[in-house]
Ligand binder design. Structure first.
Ligand SMILES: NC(=O)c1ccc[n+]([C@@H]2O[C@H](COP(=O)([O-])OP(=O)(O)OC[C@H]3O[C@@H](n4cnc5c(N)ncnc54)[C@H](O)[C@@H]3O)[C@@H](O)[C@H]2O)c1
Length: 280
């Protein structure tokens, strides 16, 4: 088992919390969507939300068993997810998998560059080494670069596309649990978003970036418990005006908005989805 897969090995499969997360809203009828690293967490919730809005959804993940479990859980809610094993940190793997999925789908209208994370590398700058930086940059930044490079020619040819990148509160205001490599990678995602938005806007492609605050998935909960005391965790919660952390469904709803026609005149923005946390 690889180092990254290990981080997730003990976690349960994702759950379906609502029978119809889109509550009858079907803005993505006929759209083909690719979401990277989506067997769990925000990506999986997004796959369900976009399916519920009428999209045909392909999800990738490095973890084949988790992908299978995700497809089973989704099908219990009536949604069919296409799955493809893909390591978003590997150029070779990404190129092969994307070529296969592009042929299979006939091309994607929407790309959600969800793959990312701090990979539990050290919090302190002087504890981070070259390998930590390389791994985090490869997954967060290069994963998005490679997937975007693969889908953009088709989007340009069709004159329509939506790319939704994942930044983070860490990339805008710093993080209490992830280190400088992760903050820098997420800052880069916002910069990449603006640059691609300028270049591809004339071709009908919008590119936007979502910056979640704390989303207490099983994985992040463990990291918070490990790196911050109970008092610190409580203080962070009290700094959020809405007095709760994000649910994965909160983030999925923002992705659905950017993917839809409702956001057709919005491009190059970074959207904070953090309960107002960073205003203070
Ligand atoms: N959870 C948070 O609090 C939070 C906050 C801000 C931003 N984000 C960002 O949101 C996105 C999703 O975060 P999450 O917490 O839902 O993710 P997660 O850590 O729960 O991981 C989701 C999936 O990524 C897969 N994965 C890990 N490495 C991979 C690789 N190299 N190739 C392919 N798949 C891989 C895992 O197997 C897992 O199924 C990330 O970009 C993350 O940086 C998360």
């Amino acid at each position: 088992m690889s180092e990254t897969t290990d981080l997730y090995a003990h976690l349960p499969p994702p759950v379906l919390r609502e029978a119809d997360p889109a509550r009858g809203c079907r803005r993505l009828e006929g759209r083909k969507v690719l979401i990277t690293a989506a067997a769990r967490g925000i990506g999986f919730a997004t796959a369900v939300r976009l399916s519920a809005e009428g999209a045909q959804v392909w999800i990738t993940d490095r973890d084949a068993a988790a992908l299978e479990a995700a497809a089973v859980v989704a099908s219990a809610g009536g949604w069919r997810l296409h799955t493809q094993v893909m390591d978003s940190a590997s150029a070779e793997d990404t190129a092969q998998a994307l070529e296969r999925m592009t042929q299979d789908s006939g091309g994607f209208d929407v790309l959600v560059n969800n793959a990312g994370g701090s990979l539990h590398t050290p919090y302190r700058f002087l504890d981070e080494d070259e390998t930590h930086w390389q791994r985090v940059m490869d997954l967060n930044v290069m994963g998005a670069v490679r997937a975007s490079r693969a889908v953009l020619p088709g989007m340009v040819a069709r004159g329509f596309g939506r790319i939704i990148n994942f930044g983070s509160k860490a990339g805008r205001f710093g993080s209490l649990i992830a280190g400088p490599n992760y903050a820098a990678a997420k800052g880069a995602m916002a910069a990449l978003t603006r640059q691609l938005a300028q270049e591809f806007g004339p071709h009908g492609v919008t590119v936007n970036c979502i910056c979640p605050g704390v989303v207490m998935t099983d994985r992040t909960q463990a990291l918070w418990n490990e790196r911050r005391s109970a008092q610190e965790r409580e203080r962070v919660l009290q700094e959020v005006p809405l007095r709760r952390h994000a649910e994965v469904e909160d983030i999925a709803a923002s992705v659905a908005f950017f993917a839809s026609e409702d956001a057709s005149f919005i491009t190059g923005v970074t959207l904070d989805v953090n309960g107002g946390q960073a205003m203070a």
